[in-house]
Write a protein that binds this ligand. Structure first.
Ligand code: AMP
Length: 415
């Protein structure tokens, strides 16, 4: 079923959204992007005369009730965004009466799903090494099914619009879908858009295809780097992870971050790129700082020869130019991970140069997908988010989808 074809009038829809929004110490929302992202789906259901049961997680309460992660804190903001009153169910597993009482056009927000360990379905308080762990795991899987069945019992149909958690097989993201037949479960608009954007990158590749992978660690990106190697023409590696490559090649990296146990892996990636005819682009110079701070003293140095006591913090001018030259001519672009410590304004220039080159390529007809928390923060910081083709809300989910993995949240609906 699709959200556009379903008749919501008089129906109760239980919708999994990602309202895991950042809060300040007083419980005020500091960035409401995720709430805004779900509005098209939620409004469509209400405007058609359906009623809404909204469910989400927030933070990592680890299966225990914790007021710090209560969704009650965002109830009024959700109400303001929807332009109507929002009722609140303080216990997401005991909301049957509140759900049954809902009239068309009414909204019920369930308390944080992760107050129940069943949501994630992992046994709590027992070590993985413990011989009893496997039994506990099996028992938890059964409780997870019961929990999902309870959630399903509240509604006539299920909508999943939480791309950020689509790579998790949790009660509310996947298991719950087993209790609805194919005609009564569907992806929300945000999910549809995300799935289509990934599809654009993977199935309709216009060449050259350039991927830019940055961030702090090669270890967290290795899956996607290896997968991309079969698809891309150019692979730009930037950010903190590149010092592992410099060291692996015998470079001096001073105090730069480095994963010493990944030196062989870095060399292996370089070898694979060569074998597969991928143009691997690494930085040649960098901006080094004498401390990890925005007001550090800086100097431009060779990426292979960083002086003792200094650390590589951003891409240097030659590197920015070589990256931009490769990006500008691309027709398909994927960007994940910054080129430096962009949170410090003085070390955001490399990431900005990448963002600007992506915008230029997009203006010249390229399809550009920016995804994964920090690169999204980058394009937002530079005010360029609306000048790229698509900004994904998913971090881990986006990377796993691009790695070619089937996302449980999508599979549960599409089969
Ligand atoms: P990741 O979570 O692996 O995508 O990495 C994102 C983080 O990498 C950001 O917080 C950046 O500040 C950080 N980062 C990027 N380049 C560097 C660098 N040269 N040194 C230290 N951290 C970096």
């Amino acid at each position: 079923m699709t959200i556009d074809n379903y008749k919501f009038a008089g129906k109760k829809a239980i919708v999994r959204v990602d309202f895991n929004v950042p809060l300040d110490e007083n419980g005020n929302i500091t960035d409401d992007t995720r709430i805004r992202g779900a509005l098209p789906t939620l409004k469509k259901i209400l405007e058609e005369g359906g009623s809404l049961i909204i469910m989400s997680h927030m933070g990592k309460p680890k299966g225990k009730v914790n007021p710090k992660f209560s969704l009650a804190q965002i109830k009024d903001a959700v109400g303001a965004a929807l332009g109507r009153e929002v009722k609140f169910a303080e216990d997401c597993a005991k909301a049957a009466d509140a759900a049954a009482a809902l009239q068309p056009g009414e909204v019920l927000l369930l308390e944080n799903l992760r107050f129940y360990p069943e949501e994630e379905g992992k046994p709590v308080g027992i070590d993985k090494e413990d011989p009893a762990y496997e039994t506990a795991k099996k028992e938890m899987k059964e409780s997870q099914k019961a929990f999902a069945k309870t959630l399903a019992s509240y509604a006539d149909c299920y909508v999943n619009d939480a791309f950020g958690t689509a790579h998790r097989k949790h009660a509310s993201t996947a298991v719950v879908a087993d209790y609805f037949d194919a005609d009564n479960k569907m992806l929300g608009y945000l999910m549809e858009k995300e799935v289509k954007a990934v599809d654009n990158i993977l199935s309709d590749i216009k060449r050259p295809f350039t991927a830019i992978m940055g961030g702090s660690k090669v270890s967290t990106k290795i899956g996607i780097i290896e997968n991309l190697m079969d698809k891309v023409d150019n692979l730009i590696l930037c950010g903190g992870m590149t010092y592992t490559f410099a060291k692996a090649q015998g470079g001096k990296i001073g105090l730069s971050i480095c994963e010493d146990d990944k030196l062989d892996l870095a060399l292996d990636i370089m070898k694979k790129a060569q074998e597969k005819g991928v143009n691997l682009v690494l930085g040649t110079d960098c901006i080094a700082g004498d401390k990890f701070s925005n007001d550090a003293n800086t100097q431009v140095v060779s990426a292979m020869d960083i002086p003792e006591g200094w650390e590589g913090m951003d891409a240097g001018p030659d590197t920015r130019e070589s990256f931009a030259n490769v990006i500008r001519t691309a027709k398909t672009i994927l960007w994940n991970g910054p080129a430096g410590v962009f949170e410090f304004d003085n070390f955001a220039g490399g990431s900005k140069a990448i963002a600007e080159a992506i915008v230029e390529a997009t203006e010249n007809g390229a399809f550009s997908l920016v995804g994964g928390g920090d690169s999204v923060a980058c394009v937002n910081k530079f005010g360029l988010a609306d000048k790229v083709s698509y900004v994904s809300t998913g971090g881990g989910a986006l990377l796993e989808a691009i790695e070619g993995k089937v996302l449980p949240g999508v599979a549960a609906i599409k089969g």
